[in-house]
Design a binder for this molecule. Structure first.
Ligand code: C5P
Length: 490
């Protein structure tokens, strides 16, 4: 195999190759080999290497596609991957968009970046191109890409346009149909879905003009993720205005790009509880348990993916809100019951929370002190049983009520008794003995107990044992069962 030396490479090309090869952990020579290999094998417009093609054609035609590829314009859709045009607006959150490029690429999404003039004050085109492995676009009048109306290709040669950060100014331009720079021209010229990740100071986000623009954009079918609440870059400022995290934006992009899934729970209201509860002893101490909330959050995400309108009432957990789900965070069992009652009516209620059975009757108003007379007496009283309360409602009882039974012994027997005692329709029973690693872990082994009859007869309860699955798989399977049962009963 002949070796090839290319001299007089452009400085920009050299820098690009150096960064790209470092990013992929290859030598520059290996990287060039990969680029050439992809170029020759991956694109139909190049002759396939065959014995007959061993010698080049007398005159290699300068095909437009080849030229576009050299300029980094040939889109990755040629590889069967989805493609995103990522418009990076000018805000301090722009640095998070560099991470977003990585997160999208990890999900096998090709990314082509457009940086506004203001964005370049925060991130450089070079860093974006090194991560995207593509040249970056900045100028509406760029002779290299506009010779054939590149902004139209950037607007349409993709499956989705993501704007992150979407500044107040960019959103105002969009809402009013301006097209005086590359980003706004692309946004006006596109026929693809648009996902905005707004980021701005809370006062700007709450300003009447921004509120009007947000409303208009939503009416125009623009999808938004965030902004989240939190601290601002400005010292001592906090509120709603932080750009959603890169993983959240990537997940929302994947949701939009995914081919439409069957949505068997469309139009159904699903209410879910998750996580532990914290029962205060005094202002600084509480009684809690080891529940992570993962199973309940996974069910909320699966129900949402099936088209349901989901409300998740969660105790204190370290998990992000699942996209598209209304999340209500609570502390104690009593808070949880109030928020559950307020969220009714629902078609399906799933009680996955590990609610504390007891709370302290004499909660200290001040921090309890050590005394010479020994330990402070803690009197416990029983908490309301949320599952039983909702199962026994006469007017607002959801047609399908599902409880969980976390047991360390006599699993099935106890779970059957729980259906009878609490009056729910199904129980998802799981063994939470420490050896199973279920509490806080990512996997679960469950048994689904279903009573079909109106009257509770413990002997007629069906028990189905599922294999070990991830909590997401358990959630998807449970949602599929719910959809099936609704189909049967409708
Ligand atoms: O009685 P036990 O705690 O084992 O029951 C578990 C089921 O009851 C779970 O579905 C849990 O969410 C629910 N539960 C409840 N309120 C309580 C205790 C349990 O909703 N106070």
């Amino acid at each position: 195999m002949a070796s090839l030396t290319i001299r007089k490479l452009d400085d920009a090309v050299k820098t690009y190759l150096r960064l790209r090869s470092a990013g992929n952990g290859r030598s520059v020579e290996e990287e060039v080999r990969v680029i050439l290999g992809d170029l020759i094998q991956g694109h139909a417009e190049f002759p396939a290497p065959s014995p007959a093609a061993a010698s080049p054609p007398a005159e290699a035609p300068a095909r437009p596609a080849a030229r576009a590829l050299v300029h980094g314009l040939a889109h990755g859709l040629a590889t069967g991957q989805a493609g995103v045009t990522l418009i990076i607006g000018g805000g301090i959150a722009a640095f998070k968009s560099l991470e977003l490029i990585r997160r999208l690429k990890e999900r096998h999404i090709d990314v082509r970046c457009v940086l506004t003039k203001a964005a370049q004050q925060f991130v450089t085109p070079l860093s974006a191109s090194a991560l995207a492995h593509e040249r970056v676009y900045t100028d509406l009048f760029d002779p290299e890409s506009e010779f054939d109306a590149g902004h139209i290709r950037l607007a349409r040669d993709c499956d989705l346009i993501v704007v992150a950060p979407a500044t107040a100014d960019l959103m105002a331009k969009m809402a009013h149909g301006h097209a005086d720079d590359l980003a706004s021209a692309i946004l006006l010229a596109t026929n693809r879905p648009i996902l905005l990740a707004p980021a701005m100071n809370p006062l700007m986000w709450n300003n009447a003009a921004t509120r009007r623009n947000v409303l208009q954009l939503r009416r125009d079918g623009v999808i938004m993720i965030g902004p989240n609440a939190g601290e601002m870059a400005e010292a001592n400022e906090a509120g709603v205005g932080r750009m959603a995290e890169a993983v959240e934006i990537a997940a929302a992009a994947v949701d939009i790009l995914r081919p439409p899934q069957p949505r068997p729970l469309l139009g159904k209201r699903v209410l879910i509880t998750a996580g532990p509860t914290h029962e205060p002893i005094d202002p600084v101490r509480y009684i809690a348990n080891r529940s992570s909330g993962k199973q309940g959050f996974a069910i909320a995400a699966a129900a949402r993916a099936a088209g349901a309108d989901v409300t998740l009432v969660s105790g204190p957990v370290e998990l992000r809100d699942p996209a598209g789900v209304t999340v209500i965070r609570v502390e104690s069992a009593r808070d949880m019951l109030h928020r559950v009652e307020a969220a009714l009516p629902a078609d399906i209620a799933i009680f996955a929370a590990a609610v504390a059975d007891w709370r302290v009757a004499n909660e200290g108003e001040q921090k309890l002190k050590k005394t010479s007379s020994g330990m402070p007496p803690l009197q416990l009283v029983e908490n309301p049983d949320i599952l039983a309360t909702i199962s026994k409602l006469t007017d607002k009882r959801p047609p399908l009520v599902i409880g969980f039974a976390a047991e360390t012994e006599h699993l099935i027997e106890n779970a059957k008794a729980k259906i009878a005692r609490k009056g729910c329709d199904w129980i998802v029973a799981n063994d939470v003995s420490p050896a199973t690693g279920v509490m806080g872990g990512d996997r679960n082994t469950v048994h689904l107990l279903q009573r079909e009859a109106e009257e509770i007869n413990v002997d007629s309860i069906q028990v189905e044992s599922w294999p070990v699955m991830t909590k997401e798989q358990v959630a998807t399977e449970l949602v599929a069962r719910i959809a099936k049962s609704l189909g049967k009963n409708s």
